[in-house]
Each structure stands twice: as C-alpha cells, then as structure tokens.
Write a protein that binds this ligand. Structure first.
Ligand SMILES: [Zn+2]
Length: 342
C-alpha cells in the first residue's frame, strides 16, 4: 500500500480472521464447531446485518466514536429457532474462535415480501436487535467487525446468485466452508466472484507548474444524504483479457478522451456492493482538454490543490450548490488526500 500512513484505515480492510483452514472440515465437524462455546456468529437477513442493541443513534456516531455495538454473537445468545439454522459459511478464525455466518431468512415462512416486522414476529428475539445495511453498520462497529461483515456479505451475495449450476442447471451445494460450490450431477465447481474495478487519480502539471487532478461527477452516483454535487475519481470494471494498466488507459479515455501514461498501482479495498475489489492507481497525462462521456459522467474538471481543499472543507457543510469528496475511509478519498499532501 502506497497510500499515506497518516490516513485512517480503509473501510472493510484488515480482517483479523485466518481463512486458511476453512476447507478442512466435514459437515459434522462444522456443526460441532458452530455449537462450541468460543464460536462467533454473524447474522444476515437478505443484505442486512443483525446488530446487538435495540436503539442505535446512527446519525450521532462517527467511525472514531467508541462503540459497544457489535455484529457477532455466541451460539448461547441465539434463540433456538436461529440456532437451528445451518451456517452458510465458516469465515475463518480469530485465535481459536471460529467465525460463522448464517442467513436467518431461510427459516421464514412463505412470503417473498417478508419484512423486518414479519421476521420479528417469527423471531421475537430480533425485537431486541436491529437490522442495518453494511454502510450503516460499519459506522458504529469496530473496523475488524466491519471487515468480517464485508467478507460475509460478499460471500452471501455470491451464494444467493449461484444456487444453480451454470453448466447443467442442477442445484449447487456449498463446500469449503461456503467458499466454493459443487454440482453433484455434473461435477462443476464454482468459486466466489470478485469484480476487479480500477480507480485512478489522473494528474497533470498546469502551465504555471502547479499539479492538478482530474475529478468527475458520475451519472449513477448520488451524494448520499447530502444535496449538491459529488466529485470522485474515474473508475470502471476490468474487462476479460485486459491488464489492470490497460483498464486504466481505456476507462480514462472512454470517459474523458484523455490519454494517460505512467500508471502506478497504489493499493486496494474490498467493496462488497456487491462483489467488487477496488484497485487504486495513479496516472499522468500532458493533455488538458476533456471530452465528456455524458452516458457515464455529468461533469469532469481539473482541480488544483486549493480547489480540492475547498471540496474537502465542504464535507462539513450542507447546501445544494456544494461539491463533495468521497468518504475518508474510501480508497478514492485516500488517493486524493495522498496527492493533496505531497
Ligand atoms: Zn451441473
């Protein structure tokens, strides 16, 4: 990682779990481990996570706020109806504690439109807990738990969308602690999908000798709960048969018509919405003229460091005429901040 050491940890990075032994156990052994006193269990319902505590003042909590909220439970804490569910994954170990993930929606009754309220009636235990999506959860739990939940969420999404064999259509079965699937009729195996996504800070040196970076406002990206315009780096999926550097060249050219060189890798961040791995780069260009791809972007501009500092200052303010930068725990923001502090 070439990002600045003074920066806060990247969200969803730094899982404490050792994943290397996940595939060594039979179903019987996994079941015994799940019921053991030192097991930790995280619960998903669709794409939401169960948090201990009945009232969570999300808006008043920042990532730096000490928190007692937690997203993992012991087996003994769970009610019988939830204990009876077979885990969809052994995520790994922290010291000797195995971490499991379970999908509590599997025991719900029949309705596709099951809601939190209905689930709470099925499991009265849940009435003393809260369901939150990963973005909200990660603001109130420890960084280690956020990384574990990101692992669970990405794995869960992959399993949910690969329940049938892509070769013959038969039902697939989980193996390797939920980190692979096997089709019994045809033998096909499949493994968790990770979508490689490049994200790049493009720099140019202006006529006055000052460095500028290219920031863009994406057509599909909203500024969260803020009004105003959201500016970030250029990003896009890596295509089959393409190197990471080629993806950087192509994405920047497709979106802005700018040709870059000197592409250098900076670091990465898991981004489980649903299955991405963000791969951060720096690149240089001598070009200035931007030819905007309006299908992808609503704006793209060169910003000098004073202008970027102004955007950063806007993070603390509200207003429809404001422009914003990405969250400080995202690789996009950390690439920008590292450039800013050079
Ligand atoms: Zn098959």
């Amino acid at each position: 990682m070439k990002l600045n050491n003074r920066q806060p940890p990247l969200l969803f990075c730094g899982s404490p779990l050792n994943r290397s032994h996940n595939d060594r156990y039979s179903a019987t052994e996994l079941s015994a481990m799940y019921r053991s006193a030192n097991a930790r269990i995280t619960l998903l319902y669709q794409s939401q996570h169960v948090i201990a505590g009945d009232t969570i003042p999300v808006a008043s909590v920042t990532p730096a706020t000490p928190t007692t909220f937690r997203a993992t439970f012991s087996y003994a804490e769970l009610p019988p109806a939830i204990q009876a569910i077979t885990p969809f994954a052994l995520l790994g170990y922290d010291n000797n504690a195995p971490y499991f993930a379970i999908n509590i929606a599997v025991a719900k009754t029949t309705h596709e439109t099951d809601t939190t309220g209905e689930l709470a009636r099925v499991y009265p235990w849940l009435q003393a807990h809260t369901l939150l999506d990963l973005r909200a959860v990660s603001a109130i739990i420890s960084a280690h738990e956020a990384a574990i939940l990101a692992h669970a969420r990405a794995l869960f999404h992959w399993q949910q969308t690969h329940q049938f064999c892509g070769a013959c259509g038969a039902t697939t079965h989980l193996i390797k602690g939920g980190h692979a699937m096997r089709c019994l009729p045809c033998g096909q195996r499949s493994y968790p999908r990770t979508d490689s996504t490049i994200i790049v800070l493009v720099e140019r040196i202006a006529a006055d000798g000052q460095p500028e970076c290219l920031l863009a406002s994406h057509a599909k990206r909203k500024s969260g709960n803020k009004s105003g315009q959201y500016f970030s780096l250029l990003a896009g999926f890596v295509e089959p048969g393409e190197t990471l550097e080629e993806a950087v060249y192509r994405e920047v050219f497709e979106e802005t018509g700018i040709r870059v060189s000197a592409v250098q890798y900076q670091g990465s961040q898991p981004w489980p919405f649903p299955n991405s791995l963000m791969l951060g780069f720096r690149a240089m260009t001598a070009e200035r003229a931007i030819h905007l791809n309006k299908d992808e972007l609503t704006a793209a501009k060169w910003f000098d460091k004073a202008a970027v500092r102004q955007l950063a200052a806007n993070d603390q303010q509200m207003g429809s005429d404001r422009c914003y930068l990405p969250n400080s725990q995202s690789i996009a923001r950390q690439l920008i901040d590292a450039w800013l502090h050079e």
